[in-house]
Design a protein around this ligand. Sequence first.
Ligand SMILES: [Zn+2]
Length: 204
Amino acid sequence: MAEEGQLAALVAACHWIGSRGWCPATGGNMSIRDGEQRCLISESGKDKGSLRAEDFLAVDIASNRVDDVRTPSAETGLHTLIYRSHPAVGAVLHTHSVNATVLSRIEPGPALHLSGYEMQKSLAGVSSHLTPLAIAIFDNDQDISALAAQVAGRNQRDPLRFGFLVRGHGLYCWGRDVQEARRHVEGLEFLFQCELQRRVLEAR
Ligand SMILES: [Zn+2]
């Protein structure tokens, strides 16, 4: 079973994310690891700001199999990939914020490079604003298996840390538990807003 309190913490994180406007119109999806073989992921089509504990359903991490009459998020394959690739990850949060959506379209390259921000230290293992950060960006694809294959390939060459962006779509981010994943979402969203404003002002 999921560690006691993690599902309640995930529900609270979903309500907080909803209140920040980062998952409009039922967008986004959230999960926690539930033992070695399963994760609990939000049901498809639910408003993230008003999710309840019973709106999460179990999915097999290895096979994506669901023993439930309900349908999990359409992007379940990305969550299970993250749990398979990173055994220490305990929670995955996926948001559709304006800043992540716009910045990932403005940046044409395969990564968003950030440096010089004190708030980089909100990310696990980063101890200085001078540590260069590269947040991978993947082109959006409605074929989640194809998108997951892209993410898996990049992760094998250069292991992903904290999260990645999907172009014109949003942010995937994770942590060893809900609390760390939530701090990563907040830190990254802050950095995205700063970077977007910096680029807009410098372009004037
Ligand atoms: Zn999405």
